[in-house]
Every structure is written in structure tokens, then in C-alpha cells.
Design a protein around this ligand. Structure first.
Ligand SMILES: Nc1ncnc2c1ncn2[C@@H]1O[C@H](COP(=O)(O)OP(=O)(O)OP(=O)(O)O)[C@@H](O)[C@H]1O
Length: 283
């Protein structure tokens, strides 16, 4: 029986020459959760994730991934960790079907390659050579290659960049299905709505440090942040007020208008609002 944590990081440090990319980073990911890593360009997300995947060395700190140090990867450990790489250009001449079958053969207990192709929505492209796929279709193929080994833990680096809106929704469903089947998922993304739709917890990295970890609805005290209430006055002007007790304000407006309040909206800061404030403060 392994630990409750799929990923455990304490005091991680990584420098490139004199540039310190990661400075004393602590991070835990629980088994079975979907965890999103957010942060501006150059914050250190890819560096962190590639250290966890065993593809980059570290300069300091303790790291356990599925109870194993990724700095000393074994073939068995690698078979339990799925990595969605961006692009597999060297296999351009193979068809989608050939490539997914080829990758499946690397794993001890792979999924059925044809079912995986179906699940990522590429059934119609199974006999097409991979160089002839569109950008979004190539990303779907990358995902297929990352999951065909039935990983316990899946890393996804900016998985939906270049997807059209429908493909994103379909991909989100795929991630939810994998999570429901017990796969732990760590994803990096620049899309705040994606983090909010998929992740139980998000971690914000800025300048090589983890600034905060929270449920998306609670990040930056978002839940208790003042709400903005706006409405239209009888002259047709839009008026708005910030309020810590918006319900009371709306009740007062309802009384003032004698019923329906014209143009009423009540908004709290979005995940993007609190995120931008957070990384602005850390920069
Ligand atoms: N191989 C490398 N050699 C030197 N510096 C590097 C290397 N890889 C990353 N860096 C630097 O380390 C810092 C963190 O980079 P990293 O790629 O981890 O950021 P990121 O958060 O993934 O950014 P993005 O959102 O743009 O993908 C950056 O300042 C980057 O320039």
C-alpha cells in the first residue's frame, strides 16, 4: 500500500547557471485528484513538471512521485506515469493507428489502442499519417499516447492549446472520465476556465515559488471577496456598488424599485481576477 500522495515535493530547487528557476518549492498532489498548476510564462511550471516526470535533474529538495524518486527512474515506474509530450515529430510517416499500437507495446498492461483512439475522437483519422493531422488533432494524438499505457498518474502540459471550443469540451470530458476511473492528473494550463472546470485544487507558481494552493472557488479568498452589484436607475444610467453583503443591498434595491430591479447583476471576482492580482503581487 503506497502513500496517500501521488506527488510529494519539499524544498525543490533548480537553477540554470546563475538563474534560479525554482526556489524552495513545496507541493503535494493527492492520489486521485486533478491538480492544475498555473503561473505566468517563465514561472517554472515546465521545469517543475519535467523534474517530476524524471526528465530533468534537480539541484536540491526531496521529490517523491508514486513513492519513487524521479531522479532515478526505473522502467516499471515509467510505465506507471503517463506523460503527454508536445509533438512526436519523429513518427510522422506512421498512421495514427500504427503509432498508438506501437506505443501500447511499450507497456506491461496497455489499454486497447483502438478504444483509446476512439476516446480521443480520432477514429476517423486512424489510417491517416500523423503529419497530415491538424494542430488540434495532433494534440489529441499526444493525449492518446500519454494514456494508452493506463498510467496511475498523468502529466499534461498545456493540453488544450490550439483546440477549438468543442474539442476542448470533449477533452475535458475525457479528463473527467480518466479521473473518475482513478487516474491522478497534474496539468499545467494558461486557461483559468480549464483549471476551474477540471481541478479540485490549483497551485499558483510565480517566480519559482508556490504562491498559493486552494480549491478554485477559494483561491485568493475569492469566496468572501466583496461582490459588485449593478443596476439601472430610472434615468437609464448604470450604477454599481461594491458590497460585502450583496444580499442585503439587493433586498434594499428591490424595496426601492418596488419589485424587479432593472439590469440587476451581482458578480464576484473571477478566478482570472484573483489570479492576476496574485501574480501581480508576486512579480
Ligand atoms: N533548459 C533551460 N536552460 C536555461 N534556462 C531555462 C531552461 N529551461 C527553462 N529555463 C528558464 O527557467 C525559467 C522557468 O522556465 P519554465 O519553462 O519552467 O517556465 P514555465 O512556467 O513552464 O513557462 P511557460 O508558461 O512559458 O511555459 C524561465 O526563466 C526559463 O527561461
Amino acid at each position: 500500500m503506497g502513500s496517500e500522495l501521488a506527488v510529494s515535493v519539499k524544498g525543490l530547487r533548480k537553477a540554470y547557471g546563475r538563474m534560479v528557476a525554482i526556489e524552495s518549492l513545496d507541493l503535494d498532489v493527492r492520489r486521485g485528484e486533478v491538480f492544475a498548476l498555473l503561473g505566468p510564462n517563465g514561472a517554472g511550471k515546465t521545469t517543475t513538471v519535467e523534474i517530476l516526470e524524471g526528465y530533468r535533474s534537480r539541484d536540491g529538495g526531496e521529490v517523491r512521485v508514486l513513492d519513487h524518486d524521479p531522479a532515478r527512474p526505473t522502467a516499471y515506474w515509467r510505465s506507471r506515469v503517463g506523460v503527454v509530450l508536445q509533438g512526436t515529430g519523429e513518427f510522422d510517416e506512421l498512421t495514427v493507428g500504427e503509432l498508438v499500437h506501437h506505443f501500447a507495446a511499450f507497456y506491461p498492461k496497455p489499454d486497447n489502442p483502438d478504444e483509446v483512439i476512439e476516446r480521443v475522437g480520432l477514429r476517423e483519422k486512424a489510417t491517416v499519417r500523423t503529419h497530415a493531422l491538424s494542430g488540434g488533432q495532433k494534440r489529441r494524438l499526444d493525449v492518446a499516447l500519454g494514456i494508452v499505457g493506463r498510467p496511475e498518474l498523468l502529466f499534461l502540459d498545456e493540453p488544450t492549446t490550439g483546440f477549438d471550443p468543442e474539442a476542448r469540451r470533449e477533452f475535458w470530458q475525457l479528463i473527467r472520465d480518466l479521473a473518475a476511473a482513478g487516474t491522478t492528473i497534474v496539468l499545467t494550463t494558461h486557461y483559468l476556465d480549464e483549471a476551474e472546470a477540471l481541478a479540485q485544487r490549483v497551485g499558483v507558481i510565480a517566480k519559482g515559488r508556490l504562491v498559493e494552493v486552494a480549491e478554485p472557488s477559494r483561491l485568493g479568498n475569492r469566496e468572501s471577496a466583496p461582490a459588485t452589484v449593478s443596476w439601472r436607475t430610472p434615468d437609464g444610467e448604470v450604477e454599481s456598488a461594491e458590497s460585502a453583503t450583496p444580499t442585503a443591498l439587493v433586498a434594499e434595491l428591490a424595496a426601492r424599485f418596488g419589485g424587479e430591479v432593472p439590469g440587476l447583476t451581482v458578480t464576484r471576482p473571477t478566478l482570472e481576477d484573483v489570479y492576476l492580482r496574485m501574480i501581480g503581487g508576486a512579480a
